[in-house]
Design a protein around this ligand. Structure first.
Ligand SMILES: [Zn+2]
Length: 239
C-alpha cells in the first residue's frame, strides 16, 4: 500500500518539476516586451509555443516518474503477474493552445493587463505539466489486469470542496466513465495525487473523515451537488 509518506514523496517530485517549469516561464516572461497592448497581443503565438515546449518537456518527466511510482507500488502490493505502467502523452497541442489563449484573455480587454496573464498561465502550466502523470496513473489502473482502482488523495495545506468530495469516495475510480473523465478534472493549483490502490489495500488517507464531512453537508443542503459543495465551502471555510 502507498503510505502517506510515499504519496508525499511522489508529490514532492511532481512539485519540483512544476517549480522548474514555472521558473523557466517566469524568466521567459520577464524578457517579453509588453509595454503596449499591440505588442502584448502579438506575443500570444510565442506564448503558445513556449508553453507547449515547457509542458511537453516537464510533462514527460512527470509521466515517467508516475510510471515508475506505479510499478514500484504495484510490486510492493504483491500483485501477481508482470505489468508495465502506461505512460501518458504530454498535453496535446490544441489543449495547450486553448489554455494559453484563455490565460491571455486579460490582454484583449479595453485596458490590457499582463499581470493576471502570468498568474493564469502559471496555473495552466502547473495543471498541464501534472496532467500526463495523473493520466499515467488513471490509464495504468485501467489497463492493469489486477483490478486496481485509484483514489484522489488530498495533499497540501488546503484542499478545495470539489477535490474533498471526490476524495471522500475513496479508491473507486477505474474507467474513464466511472471517474467521469476525472483524470483531467484538476484545477490549476490542485495538489491532489491520484494514487493506485489494489484489492485488499486501504487508501493512504482518512476517507471516513471526508465522507462524514460530505454527509453532513448533504444533510443540510439536500441532493444538489452544487448546493452540497457550497455548503462544504461555508462549513469548512475553503474554496
Ligand atoms: Zn485538488
Amino acid at each position: 500500500m502507498a503510505t502517506p509518506a510515499e504519496v508525499a514523496q511522489f508529490r514532492t517530485v511532481q512539485r519540483d518539476l512544476v517549480t522548474l517549469a514555472l521558473a523557466a516561464l517566469a524568466r521567459w516572461w520577464a524578457g517579453l516586451d509588453l509595454r503596449s497592448a499591440a505588442e502584448a497581443r502579438s506575443a500570444v503565438p510565442a506564448m503558445v509555443a513556449f508553453t507547449g515546449g515547457l509542458t511537453r518537456m516537464y510533462g514527460e518527466s512527470a509521466a515517467l516518474a508516475a510510471a515508475d511510482w506505479y510499478e514500484e507500488l504495484r510490486s510492493q502490493a504483491g500483485v501477481r503477474g508482470r505489468f508495465r505502467a502506461r505512460m501518458a502523452d504530454p498535453a496535446p497541442r490544441e489543449q495547450v493552445e486553448a489554455v494559453t489563449r484563455w490565460a491571455a484573455g486579460p490582454l484583449f480587454t479595453e485596458r490590457p493587463d499582463p499581470a493576471p496573464v502570468l498568474r493564469n498561465l502559471s496555473g495552466g502550466v502547473q495543471r498541464l505539466v501534472l496532467q500526463p502523470a495523473r493520466e499515467t496513473v488513471a490509464d495504468s489502473v485501467e489497463a492493469d489486469p489486477a483490478d486496481a482502482r485509484w483514489a484522489r488523495v488530498p495533499s497540501g495545506a488546503k484542499t478545495c470542496a470539489f477535490c474533498r468530495l471526490l476524495a471522500s469516495r475513496g479508491a473507486v475510480y477505474h474507467s474513464e466513465e466511472s471517474a467521469g473523465g476525472l483524470a483531467r478534472s484538476y484545477h490549476g493549483l490542485c495538489d491532489c495525487v491520484p494514487t493506485p490502490v489494489w484489492p485488499g489495500e486501504e487508501e493512504p488517507y482518512d476517507v471516513d473523515a471526508l465522507l462524514e464531512e460530505y454527509t453532513e453537508a448533504r444533510a443540510k443542503a439536500g441532493g444538489n451537488p452544487k448546493a452540497i459543495l457550497a455548503q462544504m465551502r461555508a462549513d469548512l471555510g475553503i474554496n
